[in-house]
Design a protein around this ligand. Structure first.
Ligand code: ADP
Length: 219
């Protein structure tokens, strides 16, 4: 389904968001105070505008309140980032994603009604650290403080050449296997007779401690 997005602040983060949304054929309005940044997206976004996002009248005249999603990706100018988030909230945008520079900033954004607060540098740093410590963990998503979804590469022959039923990840680790990737082939919600082979990538969900225990078996 086609939706419309407005991205305010076209640094590296905002620009990447615009590019992916445009590749996915979504309507994208790209706004920045800097003309050069705006011009670089002229042939990519649906509409580009040079404007100060803090200017409420301009945002109103662009009909921001009617957009499905607004992404506030102004970075270093925290004050502008907060004010723009507040304005788009007041204009009635139903889904706001705002980029935070630090934890205090993130708290303020949540308080004023940002629906999603992202911390690109911190989040990426965490991912890279997890990967450095656990090269077998290819993807990691903490669902809350205790539960994690992870994609883990099975390199211990103890688990290979066997079916899910025989290995019984649930009984051994308390983990549910939600997908098995073998080469390019992905089996979603695999049955008990699905075979696990060397270097398969298993998507599992369960207690974070259980994911860590399974990962420890790969070393
Ligand atoms: P990144 O780390 O994503 O590159 P930056 O802080 O470097 O983030 O970039 C943020 C962008 O937001 C810049 O292109 C800057 O011109 C833009 N910007 C800053 N203040 C405003 C504002 N008041 N209105 C619109 N865009 C702004």
């Amino acid at each position: 389904m086609k939706q419309n997005f407005a991205v305010i602040g076209l640094g590296r983060f905002g620009t990447s968001i615009c590019r992916v949304l445009a590749q996915e054929h979504q309507d994208v309005l790209a706004i920045d105070i800097n003309e050069e940044r705006v011009n670089s997206l002229a042939n990519i976004a649906t509409q580009v505008v040079v404007a100060d996002g803090q200017d409420e009248e301009t945002l109103k005249s662009l009909g921001i309140g009617n957009f499905d999603h607004v992404i506030v990706s102004i970075g270093k100018n925290i004050q502008a980032n907060i004010l723009v988030t507040l304005i788009v909230k007041e204009l009635g945008v139903p889904d706001i994603t705002a980029k935070a520079e630090n934890n205090t900033h993130a708290r303020v954004l949540t308080r004023i009604g940002a629906d999603h607060v992202v911390h690109p540098e911190r989040d990426m740093g965490e991912r890279v650290a997890h990967h450095l410590l656990s090269p077998n963990i290819l993807n990691y998503l903490a669902l809350n403080d205790d539960v994690t979804m992870a994609e883990i590469k099975i390199t211990n022959p103890k688990f290979t050449g066997k079916t899910l039923q025989a290995i019984n990840f649930h009984q051994q680790f308390g983990l549910t296997v939600i997908a098995i990737q073998h080469g390019n082939k992905v089996t979603v919600s695999p049955a008990g007779d699905a075979l696990v082979q060397l270097n398969d990538e298993l998507s599992v969900v369960g207690p974070t401690t259980a994911v860590d225990r399974l990962d420890a078996q790969m070393k």
